[in-house]
Design a protein around this ligand. Structure first.
Ligand code: NAD
Length: 497
């Protein structure tokens, strides 16, 4: 292992990275890997080393149509199962992932530049998602039958929606696939999933390892670009619901394409989470919270604690504590130990985007209190960065940077804190730091975000719903609410006269 000294940060690099076990080449359609109809391929890169790992098909509209046909053919049989059967399959999938934990971790880290710490958490959460959905699918009931009109008895049936198209992002490739696959199958649907073109490997590996557990056609995976493969899933007349986790722009395009067939749309989009630190807060705990939740996965996290709003009376003290925390963050390539906190950016393009945002910060005359620079390659590493002296409405505090960058603004009253926190197009997540019980009860109620933590940030529970308001979309992942989102209700009324 070698250590490169760059500014005040050390980058720990593993001397050799284990070669991950790659999935087969091809599209996973109707229970087998088959050739794509497209000759074009996409390189899959290790962003921590810039090495090409493999290539996958840049799929076509015809690939999607074949996968959707397989999902349609499988839909009746899978929908006819009672909850016990999909639940048993989900439990077996969880066991398969658990017994291949190291393989999935290595593959995920190699494809994303994630540290061991994050990859470990991703795989544990993936397993938990499948286990939770197995139980939730069996425990999920509708209202009992009753009379609401004279001489008529009403019965509510919960039915699968049918064929679900799923589009996933690159930041948590396997986990985001699991957040969809588990409730979609648990609710009795079949699916066609398109992983991010940059990070398809763990999703394809999952398909390879679970082939024998599912009837052919229940799960299909098609790789390729969003504008071709993702767009076809959104517009396909035989896809009954399309679910995307991704940026606001991609979500808007998916919703527009979906409108031609009036299908249901499930949107989990971007975020810019405010962290509201009141004067009475435990400032050390808040600074430590931002260290872990602002820089988790290198800040490539939709709920990242990336926008601090701190009361002006404690801003100086809090900033000092935060800068001390962030100066101490460890950076490294995958395979460099469980205590390494942040890895590389996902790609050269994204690295350039984050650096351009930091360049704009400098042009705007804001203060970079720590970090702010690229780190020498190979690999797309950027220093963990804190930007201070940020005025209301500054670009750095309102656009999603999706990198290791936290900005700090100040406020003077509770009303201003709430108004400024809500002044964003996003509505995914926020946190409030206070020791005052009235504030801890009242402020979360006034914040326009799907998740609000009090004295914490980015703690996710599989039993609890995850999803946003406003520009962050309206789908709910995790919890039994996800089963609702992937089900439809039917009312049957019997005339007893
Ligand atoms: P992205 O929007 O670029 O891509 C997401 C997926 O959408 C990819 O598979 C991509 O190929 C596909 N896509 C792109 N254009 C499309 C189109 N026109 N039609 C159909 N599909 C299309 O996002 P990304 O860069 O992969 O991921 C980062 C984004 O995801 C961030 O904005 C982040 O906040 C968001 N995200 C949100 C959550 C959440 O739970 N809300 C979780 C993770 C990531």
């Amino acid at each position: 292992m070698s250590t490169t000294k760059t500014s005040s940060f050390s980058v720990v690099r593993a001397e050799s990275t284990p070669v991950p076990s790659l999935p087969p080449f091809g599209q996973f359609i109707d229970g087998a890997f088959v050739p794509s109809t497209s000759d074009t391929t996409v390189h899959v890169v290790n962003p921590a080393t810039e090495e090409i790992l493999t290539k996958v098909p840049a799929g076509s509209v015809e690939d999607v149509d074949a996968a959707v046909a397989a999902a349609v053919a499988a839909k009746e049989g899978w929908a006819a199962t009672t909850p016990k059967e999909p639940a048993a399959v989900l439990l077996r999938i969880a066991d398969i992932i658990e017994s291949n934990r190291e393989l999935f971790k290595t593959l995920e880290s190699a494809n994303t530049g994630k540290t061991s710490m994050v990859a470990e958490d991703d795989i544990s959460s993936t397993i938990d998602t499948f286990r939770f959905s197995a139980g939730a699918a069996r425990a999920y009931n509708t209202l009992g039958a009753d009379d609401y009109a004279e001489n008529h008895t009403s019965v509510i049936f919960r039915e699968p929606v049918g064929v679900v198209g799923v589009i996933t992002p690159w930041n948590y490739p396997l986990l985001m696939a699991a957040w969809k696959i588990a409730p979609i199958l648990g609710a009795g649907n079949t699916l066609v999933l398109k992983p991010s073109e940059q990070t398809p490997l763990t999703t394809l590996k999952l398909a390879e390892l679970i082939t024998d557990e599912l009837p052919a056609g229940v799960v299909n995976i098609v790789t390729g670009p969003g504008r071709v493969v993702g767009n076809r899933l959104a517009e396909h007349p035989d896809v009954d619901l399309v679910a995307i986790t991704g940026s606001v722009g991609s979500g808007q395009k998916v919703a527009a394409s979906a409108s031609s067939s009036v299908k249901r749309v499930h949107l989990e989009l971007g975020g810019k989470a405010p962290v509201v630190v009141f004067a009475d807060a435990d400032l050390e705990a808040a600074a430590q919270g931002v260290r872990s939740a602002g820089f988790w996965n290198g800040g490539q996290e939709c709920g990242a604690a990336c926008r601090v709003l701190v009361h002006e009376s404690v801003a100086e003290k809090f900033t000092e504590l935060l800068v001390r925390e962030v100066s101490d963050i460890s950076i490294g390539t995958p395979g460099t130990g469980v205590d390494v906190e942040i890895g590389s950016m996902i790609s050269g393009d994204h690295y350039e985007r984050v650096l351009a945002a930091l360049e704009d910060v400098r042009k705007d005359g804001l203060t970079i209190a720590v970090g702010g620079n690229a780190i020498d390659g190979p690999g797309y590493f950027i220093e963990p960065t804190v930007v201070t002296n940020v005025p209301a409405g500054a670009a750095i505090a309102s656009t999603e940077i999706f990198g290791p960058v936290v900005s700090v603004e100040t406020f003077s009253t509770d009303e201003e804190a709430v108004a400024r926190a809500n002044e964003t197009i996003y509505g995914l997540a926020a946190s409030v730091w206070t020791k005052d019980s009235a504030r801890s009860l009242n402020v979360p109620r006034q914040l326009d975000f799907g998740t609000v933590w009090v004295n914490s940030h980015l703690v996710i529970a599989t039993e609890m719903p995850w999803g946003g308001f406003k520009g962050s979309g309206y789908g709910r992942d995790l919890s039994s609410y996800a089963l609702d989102d992937f089900s439809r209700t039917k009312h049957v009324m019997y005339n007893r006269g």
